[in-house]
Design a protein around this ligand. Structure first.
Ligand SMILES: Nc1ncnc2c1ncn2[C@@H]1O[C@H](COP(=O)(O)OP(=O)(O)OP(=O)(O)O)[C@@H](O)[C@H]1O
Length: 258
């Protein structure tokens, strides 16, 4: 089903990237990246392994420093922020990393309460409980509140990881390969969850994936990262199904499209 784009505010840019460069020694990973993420949109980044997709979102979150160029997140230039201002900005950015582990010895409820208690010290325990229940309901796993992570399936752990991020009510979500390692049905559940998060929490998101089904289901726009630059950015139909860009077309020769 085609996604509605009514939730996107095209006038407002929440992440602006300009002429961004990043190398590691002789490995010139990002070579002039330009990108705008609009308020409320899900932007999918596709590209082969090692092209710098994770590096790009780490720079957005201030976890890596760029060599050159500008990254502005929610109106602030990430690179120029003090440690304290960067910490404050990071609270508005939710990461769902591929291997973001839950604490094994804590129950699901305790795992979810943890970031809230650490970052919002004035909350009463009743309020923490209420927010934990709300976010668990949002990811459809209310029944797991007293379970340990080891008792959950891979897909459920992924959902709880997303819930733990959502509990801080981020404005921006960064998903690094959200469906990696999941079977097709569980992947579809995660794709639906990403779209529900967008609708219910009004987040703007960057979704890094190799999974074209995920890209099609979640992406309002798709950006193709090739040789350190975005070769094309547009609708799935424009950049995946009907691209006229030879570089982009050769990228899909290696992929299977549903
Ligand atoms: N901290 C680092 N130090 C040195 N090299 C790094 C560092 N982080 C990333 N790289 C290199 O940058 C390149 C891009 O890595 P990145 O993880 O962004 O790729 P990716 O596109 O996300 O790949 P994948 O799809 O496999 O996850 C790789 O060659 C990687 O080895």
């Amino acid at each position: 089903m085609k996604k509605s784009s009514s939730h996107i505010n095209k006038e407002k840019v929440v992440v602006a990237v300009r002429d961004l460069y990043k190398s590691f020694g002789n490995n010139h990973v990002l070579r002039g990246i330009n990108l705008d993420i609009r308020e409320g949109e899900n932007l999918v980044v596709l590209g082969r392994s090692g092209t710098g997709k994770s590096v790009l979102i780490k720079i957005m979150a201030g976890l890596l420093k760029p060599d050159r160029g500008m990254v502005q997140v929610l109106g602030q230039e990430v690179d120029k922020l003090s440690v304290r201002a960067l910490d404050a900005l990071r609270l508005k950015i939710g990461f769902s990393f591929q291997h973001s582990a839950l604490y094994d010895s804590m129950t699901v409820g305790e795992n979810l309460a943890f970031p809230l208690q650490r970052n919002s010290k004035n909350l009463s325990s009743a309020e923490v409980k209420r927010q934990v229940e709300r976010v668990l309901d949002a990811v459809g796993l209310s029944q797991t509140i007293h379970q340990l992570p080891a008792e959950l399936s891979g897909g459920q752990r992924k959902r709880i990881g997303i819930a733990r991020t959502l509990i801080m009510r981020p404005a921006i979500m960064l998903y690094d390969e959200p469906t990696a390692g999941l079977d097709p049905i569980t992947s579809m559940d995660i794709n639906n969850l990403i779209n529900e998060v967008q609708q219910q929490y009004h987040t703007s998101s960057v979704i890094i994936t190799h999974d074209l089904t995920c890209a099609k289901a979640t992406g309002d726009r798709i950006a193709i990262l090739l040789d350190g630059q975005f070769a094309q950015i547009g609708l799935f139909e424009e950049v995946v199904q009907n691209s006229t860009n030879e570089q982009v077309k050769s990228f899909y020769d290696y992929n299977f499209i549903e």
